[in-house]
Design a protein around this ligand. Structure first.
Ligand SMILES: N[C@@H](CCC(=O)N[C@@H](CS)C(=O)NCC(=O)O)C(=O)O
Length: 206
């Protein structure tokens, strides 16, 4: 088995979290290399684009969170073997990444500029993507996004929706998902109650 080291912020969310969850669910040992925000300036010097996450596979450094998530999914059986189901899974990963990039563009803002930018995102793209995600869920049986079972697409949406609900994003109402795409909250509960995921977060709760 390859030696894996996943490097990312010490938070329970963000771009590395779906891979962390997949590796945990699949029982794949990996070095969970977490660092604080204050250390990012130093950590980014060791990455090609000044970005995280990175995954080291037997010492080979790899970038791009969705590629890492898909790899973790393949290692753990959480990525569809069927090409069409894999396509549906990839579509969800890419859509969540698109809207994450739009939100990321507001992180350097403050005051009214932040408020206005976030309000525009909430009224526009975030709502559009949430509604689309809910429609995808409905179109594929209402429980999972692809393959009629838990895949990394579910983990990606779970992490995204949990972030929106968390109250940590200024000017993003914590009831936004409940208002515009309530089935995504039911999906979130279902994923959160998956025994391996509940056990994963319980270890940090003490
Ligand atoms: N396309 C990259 C984007 C990674 C990314 O933007 N990561 C953020 C943290 S979540 C970052 O390092 N931002 C700093 C920067 O872009 O300068 C991926 O999906 O991994």
């Amino acid at each position: 088995m390859s030696q894996l080291k996943l490097t990312y912020f010490d938070i329970h969310g963000g771009r590395a979290e779906p891979a962390r969850l997949a590796l945990h669910i699949g029982g794949i040992a990996f070095e969970d290399s977490r660092f604080g925000f204050a250390d990012f300036a130093e950590v980014r010097k060791s990455t090609p684009f000044g970005q995280v996450p990175t995954l080291d596979v037997d010492g080979v450094q790899v970038t791009q969170s969705d590629a890492i998530t898909r790899y973790a999914g393949k290692l753990t059986g959480l990525y569809p073997a069927d090409p069409f189901q894999a396509l549906l899974c990839d579509e969800v990963l890419a859509a969540v990444e698109d809207v994450t990039i739009k939100l990321g563009a507001t992180f350097g803002l403050a005051g009214d500029a932040l408020k206005d930018a976030r309000a525009a995102l909430v009224a526009g793209p975030i709502t559009t993507y949430l509604r689309w995600l809910q429609s995808q869920l409905q179109a594929h049986g209402g429980q999972y996004f692809a393959d009629n079972r838990l895949t990394v697409a579910d983990l990606k949406v779970f992490v995204y929706v949990r972030g929106l609900n968390s109250g940590r994003l200024d000017h993003v109402p914590t009831d936004l998902v409940a208002q515009v795409a309530p089935q995504l909250n039911a999906h979130l509960q279902m994923v959160a109650q998956t025994p391996a995921i509940a056990q994963y977060y319980a270890q940090f709760a003490a």
